[in-house]
Design a protein around this ligand. Structure first.
Ligand code: MLT
Ligand code: MN
Ligand code: ZN
Length: 314
């Protein structure tokens, strides 16, 4: 099963258009220790030559330009057949507008997330006869092409633009989900936003060949320290990497083939190659994804196919 990281940054991208924090400054200066990143999305080959976008970022058009696997294959023909949404945040849904030029698509999301799309007249630009909306039930596996996909709730919150004074952070429901993607014996778990790593989250990722996980902030109060805002990572629905209950500690003993951070905020010093924070996450067995990163997972079925070919040749 092949996956391409289309966008490894959190909302705003890296560097962010209006920011010269110490981490963004390096990118504006073209410092060789950092690489520019677009906003949060991955593409997974869910069938032979058929790709599903998991989240549609505001940078989707430039991501397609940078990614041959998802470029058009013929006259008004695209390998992108499906889009699955993990929440209703701007960095995950705005790219749907980029997909408005009448190609058949299936849009997967929980009723909560599809409800947000339905309630916004701008998304009416997606032609009803072309874009099918398929509501997904948490915990109920379904098929996309040759892949088996399951959504599961993770602690989160409603999108920023729907926050009210009654905001609850850490609710588990259809507002913020993780996705389990299996094909040919390979298994990827993608959780770009998660407020708390609880036992349910640990059980969900156990045994996966690869985990792509929320790498928004290194320190919970990093944005305040950087002077860019007062919100903590947890207040934004993002568990920090470091500290008590941070993702480094929480996933320390989990059995996962590869642990990869994604959805990385522009203030996060892990973006700087060789920084103490980057070295700390690498020492803990994590990779920091960048745009264009390809993740190929063989899986047992893939190996069986190779073994069968071998025996035929013999
Ligand atoms: C988040 O991940 O917290 C959101 O994407 C923030 C935003 O809306 O930009
Ligand atoms: Mn985000
Ligand atoms: Zn910045």
């Amino acid at each position: 099963m092949r996956t391409v990281v289309l966008g490894s940054a959190a909302g705003g991208g890296y560097p962010q258009w209006n920011c010269r924090c110490s981490v963004c400054a390096l990118a504006w200066q073209n410092d060789p220790r950092v690489t520019r990143r677009t906003q949060s999305s991955i593409a997974v080959e869910t069938g032979q030559g058929l790709w599903t976008l998991f989240n549609a970022s505001p940078d989707l058009r430039s991501q397609i330009l940078a990614t041959p696997q998802i470029q058009p294959t013929g006259l008004r023909e695209t390998p992108i057949r499906s889009v699955a949404l993990t929440n209703g945040d701007v960095d995950h849904v705005d790219g749907l507008i980029t997909l408005r030029e009448r190609s058949p698509l299936t849009l997967y999301g929980t009723p909560e997330i599809l409800g947000i799309i339905d309630a916004n007249p701008v998304y009416g630009v997606l032609a009803k006869d072309m874009v099918a909306k398929s509501p997904v039930t948490l915990g109920a596996p379904f098929t996309i092409d040759e892949a088996t996909v399951e959504f599961f709730g993770v602690p989160g919150k409603v999108p920023l633009y729907l926050e009210t004074e009654k905001l609850v952070i850490g609710d588990v429901g259809g507002e913020t989900v993780g996705v389990d993607i299996r094909r040919g014996g390979a298994r990827l778990v993608y959780i770009p936003g998660c407020a708390v790593v609880n036992d349910d989250v640990l059980a969900r990722v156990d045994g996966a060949d690869a985990l792509l996980f929320d790498g928004t902030v290194f320190e919970d109060d990093e944005m305040r320290k950087a002077g860019v805002g007062v919100k903590t990572g947890r207040r934004m629905g993002h568990v920090p990497m470091s500290g008590e209950g941070g993702s480094l500690e929480a996933f320390r003993d989990v059995k996962v083939g590869r642990k990869i951070y994604i959805h990385i905020n522009n203030t996060n010093p892990v973006l700087i190659s060789g920084s103490p924070e980057r070295r700390a996450v690498e020492a803990a067995g994590w990779q920091v994804s960048d745009d264009g990163m390809e993740i190929a997972l063989g899986g047992s079925a893939g190996r069986r196919v190779e073994a069968d070919r071998g025996s035929t040749a013999a």
